[in-house]
Unconditional design. Structure first.
Length: 189
């Protein structure tokens, strides 16, 4: 295809675009000129298409070769379990990770960030209500808690941050986020 294109290009360039006027001088003929340019464009397209096809074929060959190399280098089977590296067990991974949210709190009045240990807002001076933060190992079930709108109740079960609380004024236990609860009386161990 490239050869065809090149041939076409040469042929178009060699084309005589002038015609004899009979007086001895030659005049360029617009029709022939346009035919030459058509030939140039067509041949050029053929040439470029050929180049692209050859390029694609080269890329495909390279990919094929790469594929066989990878396949040849890949291990045929996984080593037996005893030879595999032991899974990395880091005890710190099982601990809850500290996040920015853990280390800070937000002022309820001005929404300024404060460190978790702060007792007063640095911006507006509001005193922070200190809430016991439940941790693993805390005995929570059976504790008396207070909720700002539901009143007092007793924790019946805990799942993560959520506690099932049977409030004194309600018949069914309600799932409550721990952060809304303050301890009135912690259950004894
Ligand atoms: Zn504040």
């Amino acid at each position: 295809m490239i050869l065809l294109g090149l041939f076409g290009l040469l042929a178009a360039l060699a084309m005589d675009t002038s015609v004899s006027t009979g007086i001895g001088s030659r005049v360029e003929n617009i029709g022939l000129l346009s035919r030459q340019s058509n030939g140039l464009i067509g041949s050029g397209l053929l040439f470029m298409t050929g180049c692209i096809l050859i390029g694609l074929a080269a890329v495909r060959d390279a990919v094929d070769r790469l594929g066989t190399t990878i396949a040849a280098n890949a291990p045929r089977t996984l080593p037996p379990v005893s030879q595999r590296p032991a899974p990395i067990s880091d005890s710190s991974d099982t601990q809850p990770r500290a996040t920015i949210a853990d280390a800070t709190k937000t002022c309820s009045k001005c929404y300024a960030l404060a460190s978790a240990a702060a007792t007063k807002c640095m911006r507006c001076g509001t005193e922070f209500q200190v809430r016991p933060i439940p941790k693993n190992g805390d005995v929570l079930v059976g504790s008396r808690v207070r909720h700002p709108s539901f009143g007092e109740g007793e924790i019946e079960a805990v799942d993560g941050d959520t506690a099932m609380v049977r409030f004194d004024k309600r018949e069914k236990p309600e799932p409550m986020n721990m952060s809304y609860l303050t301890f009135v009386e912690k259950a004894a161990l």
